[in-house]
Design a binder for this molecule. Structure first.
Ligand SMILES: [Fe+2]
Ligand SMILES: [Fe+2]
Ligand SMILES: [Fe+2]
Length: 489
């Protein structure tokens, strides 16, 4: 339906208008002069919201799906964060569209083939091109189109949209800031030159769509370019990759849980083992990314909650990294952080089975021996840093148990069957300890002795023999995996 033409009539007298005792006008939103103008129609504001929504949704999907196979640890962490920011903003945009006389919402419709092509190209792009395309083209473009939307729409009539755009831009500025630094750290001059044809395709696809917000007149839009990287359909790569700071990713030589639950071991050393357990949580984003990427057609709340949980797990990993840095342990050379859990689940289980395992393990963290024990251990050790981390790690895991109930248990016949199914799925994952050793993937070396020795040396302490000699691996306690969930948490 085309919009009716409005013929303006008569002069305006707002310049002479006064508020009571000079109070800020219009709840502080804007002046009367700024309010005394036509803004966008509801229809046009919704049209732009849908464009922003599509862009953020695609960025969320692209970043999430790349976490697993991206080797660089810092990028895994940053993308976990950024995907969650996008998931939050997508949720807000969807609610706002729903408030604007919109049913049916049509939020799953692709607004323009050019936009679809631009994001398909980003999705299939090699890393350097993704970094340039996302952080130098798409994110700044989205910031501009959101700023334009906020300026064009009426500050009073469409205030909820103006506020939403302000919040979304704050989050997008975080992406932009990080992304520009990532480009300057990682992308060489040659890579930039080599990426020009692909960037040309991306820019032309966006221009064919009339820009991200579709603001360019039809007549001045170029034709849709042929696809380049997206000519072959993109596929999620489930195999986790790590960078050179993870040289022994199959190592299951140190059983963290056996040490942690041994009452004879001192709390101070247990804090180091908890830092290891936290850093090892990188495997949870690697695994959850696949669940999200391979589970289509859920309500947006599913993706928002799962992305939040994925981000929490990434934060837990970084807490472990901070812990090691603070304790003076050079983790890349002293600690073998493995990926056996995400590798096993991603390559052996279907998405729903993986979710079942995640739920099974996480609800096992709730009893007294789980997260509370870790927090109490940190307090006992007199480590305020570890206590802070374990306190929030515990709170996050309680949230994750709720997310599991909302999106996994609710899909099962009963809570009991949900747990039993998770247990059964976890039991069928082959953690091939001996095979990995005989095939030369790892020697399952006991890294703990060296890490603990470095800690004692840097803190001027004499080694406690019972700590230094701890040598229980994951081989011997295979049968107990169920009781001592050896990964995640
Ligand atoms: Fe969790
Ligand atoms: Fe966790
Ligand atoms: Fe955790």
């Amino acid at each position: 339906m085309s919009e009716p033409t409005i013929t303006p009539r008569g002069p305006s007298f707002t310049t002479g208008y006064q508020t009571h005792r000079n109070l800020p006008p219009l709840a502080g939103l804007c002046s009367f002069t700024e309010a005394d103008r036509a803004g966008l129609s509801v229809e046009e504001s919704v049209r732009r919201l849908k464009r922003h929504h599509y862009a953020l949704r695609r960025i969320h999907g692209i970043l999430t799906a790349r976490i697993t196979a991206e080797p660089i640890y810092e990028l895994k962490m940053a993308w976990s964060h950024q995907a969650w920011l996008c998931a939050e903003q997508v949720g807000v945009l969807r609610s706002r569209v729903g408030e604007m006389r919109e049913p049916p919402l049509g939020l799953d419709k692709v607004p323009h083939a050019g936009l679809a092509l631009a994001f398909d190209e980003l999705q299939a792009a090699p890393r350097d091109l993704l970094l340039m395309g996302l952080y130098e083209v798409v994110v700044p473009g989205l910031l501009e189109s959101m700023a334009r939307h906020a300026t064009d729409t009426h500050p009073l009539a469409d205030q909820p949209t103006v506020r939403l755009l302000r919040m979304a831009r704050l989050d997008l500025e975080d992406l932009h800031r990080y992304g520009r630094k990532a480009v300057s750290s990682l992308v060489s001059g040659e890579a930039r030159a080599a990426a020009q044809p692909a960037l040309q395709v991306l820019n032309q696809a966006l221009a064919a769509a009339g820009g991200l917000d579709g603001g360019t007149a039809e007549a001045s839009r170029p034709a849709l370019p042929p696809p380049l990287h997206s000519a072959r359909p993109w596929q999620y790569d489930p195999r986790p990759q790590r960078d050179e700071r993870f040289p022994d990713p199959y190592n299951m030589g140190v059983n963290a849980e056996v040490f942690l639950y041994d009452p004879r071991q001192p709390a101070e050393a247990k804090v180091l083992m908890m830092y290891y357990k936290r850093l090892r949580e990188i495997d949870v984003p690697e695994m959850m990314a696949g669940i999200i990427a391979q589970t289509p057609d859920k309500p947006w709340g599913y993706y928002r909650d799962m992305s939040r949980q994925l981000w929490d797990e990434a934060r837990h990993a970084m807490m472990g990294e901070v812990g090691f840095a603070s304790a003076g342990i050079d983790w890349p050379s002293k600690v073998a952080v493995n990926f056996t859990w995400s590798l096993g689940l991603n390559t052996q289980l279907a998405p729903k089975e993986r979710h079942a395992v995640l739920y099974f393990i996480e609800q096992g963290l709730m009893p007294k021996t789980g997260k509370r024990h870790e927090w109490e251990t940190a307090i006992m050790a007199g480590s305020p840093l570890a206590a802070t981390f374990q306190d929030f790690d515990w709170a996050d895991e309680v949230l994750h148990a709720r997310i599991g109930r909302d999106w996994y248990v609710s899909d099962m016949p009963s809570p009991h069957e949900a747990v039993a199914y998770g247990d059964a799925c976890w039991s069928k994952v082959l953690m091939n300890w001996e095979h990995w050793r005989s095939e030369g993937h790892t020697r399952h070396a006991n890294w703990w002795t060296g890490a603990y020795a470095q800690y004692c040396e840097r803190h001027g302490q004499t080694q406690d023999p019972s700590v230094a000699q701890f040598a229980v691996s994951y081989e011997a306690i295979r049968a107990d995996l169920k009781d001592l969930a050896q990964a995640s948490g």
